[in-house]
Design a protein around this ligand. Structure first.
Ligand code: PLP
Length: 401
C-alpha cells in the first residue's frame, strides 16, 4: 500500500466549488451580525445594508463589464439558468423552440428536457471530439419560432470554451435571444459584456471563492425579462424575496477579488495546470487530455486513462487526500458516465475512465508536485488490480484495508 507523506488535503476540484477567500468572509460577517436590517426598510440601519447590496452589484458589474442595473441577484447558477429559459418561453409568442447543446450542465439540460416532455421543441447540438460546436450547424438549427439559444461559455467537465461572443452576434442577426451559462467562466477569464450581443448570462459565487447559495443573472438592459420568482418588488421587480444580504456582499467581494486575480489565473494557475498535464501525459502511458484540441479554461484538465475505472481511481486518490472528480460533482456517485465525454466520443469508453483536475487560486506548486507524484502511482496500481487475475479494480480498492 502506498503511503502518503502528508495529511494535507490537495484540493484539485475547483470546478466543483472553491474555498472561500478570507476577504470574502470578512466582508460578509457584519451582515450576519451587526447589520441585520431589511434593505427595503426606511431607517438608517437598512440604508447601510442597502448600500452594501449596491456596492456588491457594482463590483460584479465591474467584473462583467456591464451596468450595475443589469445585475439580478439569485440563489445560484441553477436558478439563473432556469429563470432565463422560463422567461424566454413566457415572452416570446412564437417561442416553441430552444437551441442548446448536448454538453450543457444539468441546470440547463434538465429544464430543457422537462420542457421537451411538455411539447416544446428542443435542439440539442452535438459536439466534435474536441468538444466544439459547429457554428454552421448552430445557424441551421435556428428557426423562425426559436425563442432562445442557450450555450455555455466554459464546459464544467473539460473546460472547453464555446465562442459565445461570436454566437451571440449570429443570434442577434437572426433576431433570437442568446443566453450563456458562464458559471465556470466568470472570474476565470476576462468578460466584457458591454462589447457583446449577449442578452443573458448566469453565474454562481461559489465557483470563484465566494459563498454557496448565491448567484446572479445578467439581463441586458434592452432585453425583456419575465421573472420566475415574483413577490415584493426586490431586484427592480426581477426577482422577488428579501435579498440574502450577507451572501450578496460575499459575492460582490469575490467578484472584486476575481477581477484583481484574472491575470494570475491566466499565468500562475494556467502554469500549474499545464505542468500537471504535461508531466502526467509523459509519465503515464495511455493517457490523453479531453478537449486537447480546443480552446480551454486555464484551470481545467480532464484526462482519460486507458485501463482504469474512474470511481476506483477517485477512491484511491481520496485515500491520498487528493480531491478531484470523474465528471461534474453532481454526477459523483451515479453510475451514469459523463454525458459530456460521451457526446465528444460516442463510440469510445473515455467517459468511464476520465478524471477531472481543476486548479485554483489557493493551490500551491508543492501541491501540484504531490499530485504529479501520486496520480501515476494510482493509475499503475489500478491497472494491476484490474488485470484478469485480480478482477474488478473497484471491488479490490473498496475491500482493501
Ligand atoms: N452551470 C455550470 C456550468 C456549472 O458548472 C454549475 C455548477 O457546477 C451550475 C451551472 C450550477 O450552479 P449552482 O451550483 O450555483 O446552482
Amino acid at each position: 500500500m502506498m503511503m502518503t507523506t502528508t495529511d494535507e488535503i490537495i484540493y484539485l476540484d475547483n470546478n466543483a466549488t472553491t474555498q472561500l477567500d478570507p476577504a470574502v468572509i470578512e466582508e460578509m460577517l457584519p451582515f450576519l451580525t451587526k447589520y441585520y436590517g431589511n434593505p427595503s426598510s426606511g431607517y438608517a440601519l437598512a440604508a447601510k445594508v442597502r448600500t452594501a447590496v449596491d456596492l456588491a452589484r457594482e463590483r460584479l458589474a465591474a467584473l462583467l463589464g456591464c451596468e450595475a442595473s443589469e445585475i439580478v441577484f439569485t440563489s445560484c447558477g441553477t436558478e439563473s439558468n432556469n429563470a432565463v429559459i422560463n422567461s424566454a418561453l413566457q415572452f416570446e409568442p412564437r417561442g416553441k423552440h430552444i437551441v442548446t447543446s448536448a454538453v450543457e450542465h444539468s441546470a440547463i439540460l434538465r429544464p430543457c428536457q422537462d420542457l421537451a416532455k411538455r411539447g416544446c421543441e428542443v435542439t440539442f447540438l452535438g459536439v466534435d471530439q474536441d468538444g466544439n460546436v459547429d457554428l454552421g450547424e448552430l445557424e441551421a438549427a435556428i428557426r423562425p419560432e426559436t425563442a432562445i439559444v442557450s450555450l455555455m461559455w466554459a464546459n464544467n467537465e473539460t473546460g472547453v470554451l464555446f465562442p459565445v461572443e461570436k454566437i451571440a452576434e449570429m443570434c442577434r442577426e437572426k433576431g433570437v435571444i442568446f443566453h450563456t451559462d458562464a458559471v465556470q467562466a466568470a472570474g476565470k477569464i476576462p468578460i466584457r459584456l458591454r462589447d457583446t450581443a449577449i442578452n443573458f448570462l448566469s453565474l454562481s459565487a461559489h465557483k470563484f471563492h465566494g459563498p454557496k447559495g448565491v448567484g446572479a443573472l445578467y439581463v441586458n438592459r434592452r432585453t425583456r425579462f419575465y421573472p420566475s420568482i415574483v413577490g415584493g418588488g426586490q431586484e427592480n421587480g426581477r426577482r422577488g424575496g428579501t435579498e440574502n444580504v450577507a451572501l450578496i456582499t460575499g459575492l460582490g467581494k469575490a467578484a472584486e477579488r476575481a477581477a484583481e486575480s484574472l491575470s494570475e489565473e491566466e499565468t500562475r494557475v494556467r502554469a500549474m495546470r499545464d505542468r500537471f498535464e504535461k508531466t502526467i501525459l509523459e509519465a503515464v502511458s495511455g493517457a490523453s487530455v479531453n478537449g486537447a484540441g480546443a480552446k480551454r479554461l486555464p484551470n481545467t484538465s480532464s484526462v482519460s486513462f486507458d485501463g482504469i475505472e474512474s470511481p476506483a481511481a477517485l477512491l484511491l486518490l481520496d485515500r491520498h487526500h487528493i480531491c478531484c472528480s470523474a465528471g461534474s460533482a453532481c454526477r459523483t456517485g451515479s453510475q451514469e458516465a459523463s454525458h459530456v465525454l460521451r457526446a465528444m466520443n460516442p463510440k469510445g469508453d473515455g467517459a468511464r475512465r476520465s478524471l477531472r483536475f481543476s486548479f485554483g487560486r489557493f493551490n500551491s506548486d508543492a501541491q501540484v508536485d504531490r499530485a504529479i507524484e501520486i496520480v501515476p502511482k494510482v493509475i499503475e496500481k489500478l491497472r494491476q488490480l484490474s488485470s484478469p487475475v485480480q478482477g474488478s479494480a473497484l471491488s479490490s480498492v473498496a475491500t482493501a484495508p
